[in-house]
Write a protein that binds this ligand. Structure first.
Ligand SMILES: NC(=O)c1ccc[n+]([C@@H]2O[C@H](COP(=O)([O-])OP(=O)(O)OC[C@H]3O[C@@H](n4cnc5c(N)ncnc54)[C@H](OP(=O)(O)O)[C@@H]3O)[C@@H](O)[C@H]2O)c1
Length: 304
């Protein structure tokens, strides 16, 4: 399998590169068709992974003020990649987002077939536009190619990183208590590798089962380090503090289960990390633990 990975320097791209160390990386501008064609023609991949995107720095509010850049990376670029991969019969994997819904869909969670119902941020709109367009072309043509779209949400992992949900939570003194589906990145890349090996196509919700309350997670982290609990932030107050609205939602993991891919629950993964952060777990303490101990707490309102 010859993989060409776009976006290798990014957070998710870096994880994918560690999962697929033999992948060839490209930092070509995916919104530049000639650069994409050159990368495809010189590397002749049979799998293209698109981990490119603008998620905004420090958060998705940035996208509200940088619509052209966001559009180029989140919409135009993936369309160019999809077009060029389709012409060549190359299988494409696109990193999508679950932040296109709001709520829990009457307790069922949102499936891959549910129409997005969250329009509150430009970032979220670009992600759902692209998904809607790519899904029309996700089937292989004459047995070749096809598109797999992986929806991740609020990624977390043991290692400290500005994009790790737990690293963010560790900095906040005020947290909302709303259930959300979240993605344990190591499980996600393992499941992605399995889907890629099978050449699965279409959309998959790549979240761990069982929504979690970010407030509960923040309290668990605080207790593990002997810090006071954060304050509870109401959703109304949180909404008044950001330029773009934030999606809070629960995604169904039924489709992954039907594929026989069983992920541990999100809470199970968090407990493992929290256990490693407690003083008793110091032997297996990870970098995130160190940051949780020393970080100055401030304020939480999730980003993606
Ligand atoms: N992190 C999350 O919370 C999250 C959650 C759900 C979904 N996702 C999705 O996951 C994907 C990757 O996100 P990430 O968190 O890994 O973001 P990231 O850390 O910012 O990485 C994105 C990478 O894409 C590169 N890039 C941006 N525009 C480009 C373009 N036009 N051509 C080529 N490269 C370009 C960036 O390079 P520069 O830095 O030089 O611009 C960066 O290296 C995105 O599609 C995002 O929507 C992320």
């Amino acid at each position: 399998m010859r993989i060409l990975l776009f976006g290798p320097r990014g957070y998710i791209g870096g994880h994918l590169l560690r999962k697929f160390p033999d992948a060839v990386s490209s930092t070509a501008d995916i919104a530049d068709a000639s650069a994409v064609i050159a990368a495809l023609e010189s590397n002749v991949p049979d799998v293209v992974i698109n981990a490119v995107g603008k998620t905004g720095t420090p958060n998705v509010d940035w996208c509200e003020d940088h619509k052209e850049e966001t559009f180029r990376s989140n919409v135009l670029g993936p369309l160019i990649l999809a077009e060029e991969c389709r012409k060549r019969g190359i299988y494409m994997v696109h990193i999508s987002s679950g932040c296109i819904y709001s709520g829990d869909n009457g307790g069922k969670g949102f499936s891959e077939e549910d129409v997005p119902n969250f329009q509150g941020s430009y970032y979220s709109r670009t992600k759902q536009w692209t998904e809607a367009m790519l899904r029309e072309f996700s089937d292989p043509v004459q047995g070749r190619g096809g598109i797999l779209m992986l929806r991740i949400r609020m990624p977390f992992e043991p290692e400290d990183h500005p994009k790790n949900l737990l690293s963010k939570v560790a900095k906040f003194t005020k947290v909302i208590d709303v259930p959300n589906s979240i993605t344990y990145v190591p499980d996600c890349v393992d499941a992605a590798a399995e889907l890629i090996a099978r050449r699965s196509t279409g959309i998959f919700n790549m979240v761990n089962p069982g929504p979690v309350s970010l407030y509960e997670v923040a309290c668990m982290l605080a207790e593990a380090q002997g810090r006071p609990h954060p304050e509870l932030l109401t959703q109304t107050l949180a909404e008044s503090m950001t330029k773009a609205a934030r999606s809070n939602c629960i995604l169904s993991t039924e489709k992954l289960l039907r594929e026989g891919i069983v992920l541990p629950s999100a809470m199970e993964r968090i407990r493992e990390i929290v256990a490693a952060t407690s003083p008793k777990g110091s032997a297996c303490r990870t970098e995130i633990t160190k940051s949780i101990v020393y970080m100055t707490v401030s304020f939480l309102w999730k980003e993606d």
